[in-house]
Design a protein around this ligand. Structure first.
Ligand code: NAP
Length: 327
């Protein structure tokens, strides 16, 4: 759906699948962040109706995935489901999880949805601020490890990086992603930083993969009531309520107004991820940020569009994972 995102009606997963879902038949799809109350869980249930051959569902604990497995079995028992444990707080576990897929020859769609929003300051096992580590850095490594399998599934395989409109207020602090060991940490800034990084990553990866016929997009799924709001403080909730009531827009880093997104159901949240995976009308915009099932690069800030920042982020990420990622 190539109309401008700002003027786009919010569509459901069912609608996107009715248009483009056929191309998912027989495919292997890996989704991170699957749980009974998560957008990734809804995505897994939705795409199961399109007859993929295998769904690889990842989470920290198998119990989180079980309600989704039950729904898929009831909906389409022919789909082969495989649970893959990954703790994105630990890069060693990301590497181990990728090795667990040694017997999988190709992954048609790698959809990185797992994430965390505004937790109190803490660091990953590898010493990186949690949001930057889980939302972004672990994905950088996961994509590096699984890229050969996505390449094996080309043409039209995809790497989809879930992000957020919080990208619009995000600055990657290249010299100190840990905010002075947490002393200068502000949870919203950390969430914005991780989403700016996610969006830059998709852009640079798409550029590096140019000519390989692999789709790469970052996606804002919109506002969905889910497990994500677990760290919201009463003060933050009051601040959002007051903003909604006043009708005053937030401003992005470039001073442009950002309308607070309306809450939708999970089907609408998963829909733009499906758009990223299969909508043929956006192929010319590889690397783009998507919102409301459409290319929304007009919403991306100059900080995120700055190509020097992409190279800086890539170099920093290689340093933090302790190895090069040569595409
Ligand atoms: N919901 C929204 O309004 C909204 C808006 C914009 C963007 N997003 C983005 O959408 C994505 C999905 O969010 P959601 O709304 O579905 O939130 P959610 O319900 O909290 O789901 C996030 C999933 O990520 C998993 N996760 C968190 N930390 C992990 C770790 N260390 N290792 C492995 N998995 C981990 C969670 O597993 P556990 O249960 O084990 O923690 C959970 O299954 C996020 O990346 C978020 O940034 C959401």
């Amino acid at each position: 759906m190539s109309t401008a995102a700002s003027s786009q009606v919010i569509l459901s997963s069912e609608f996107i699948l009715s248009k483009y879902g056929e191309s998912l038949a027989g495919k292997t799809i890996l989704i991170t962040g699957v749980a009974g109350d998560s957008i990734a869980g809804e995505l897994a249930v939705q795409v199961s109706s399109a007859n993929p051959s295998t769904l690889i569902l990842t989470a920290r604990a198998e119990s989180r995935v079980e309600p989704i497995v039950a729904k898929i079995k009831a909906k389409n028992p022919a789909v082969n489901i495989r649970f893959l444990k990954i703790d994105l707080l630990d890069l060693k576990d990301v590497r181990r999880a990728a090795r667990d897929l040694d017997d999988v020859p190709k992954i048609d769609h790698l959809v990185a949805v797992a994430g965390v929003m505004m937790p109190p300051f803490a660091k990953t096992v590898d010493g990186v601020e949690t949001q930057f580590g889980v939302n972004y850095l672990a994905n950088f490594l996961l994509v590096k490890e699984l890229l050969p399998k996505v390449r094996a599934a080309a043409p039209k395989s995809s790497i989809v990086i879930c992000a957020s409109s919080a990208m619009r207020g995000g600055i990657v602090n290249f010299d100190d992603v840990n905010y002075n060991e947490g002393k200068d940490y502000e949870p919203r800034a950390g969430y914005g930083q991780s989403n700016a990084a996610r969006t830059m990553f998709a852009k640079f990866l798409a550029e590096k993969l140019q000519g390989e016929n692999i789709r790469v997009f970052s996606v804002d799924p919109g506002a969905v009531a889910s497990g994500l709001q677990r760290h919201f403080t009463p003060e933050f909730i009051d601040m959002i309520k007051a903003l909604r009531k006043s009708g005053e827009p937030l401003r992005d880093l470039d001073g442009r107004p950002i309308a607070l997104p309306p809450f939708t159901g999970a089907s609408e949240g998963a829909a733009t991820l499906i758009t990223a995976m299969v909508d043929p009308t956006i192929e010319e915009s590889n690397g783009a940020y998507l919102h409301h099932n459409a290319v929304a690069d007009d919403e991306v800030t100059s900080h995120v569009l700055n190509r020097d920042h992409w190279t800086k982020l890539w170099a920093l990420s290689e340093k933090l994972i302790g190895e090069p990622f040569n595409v």
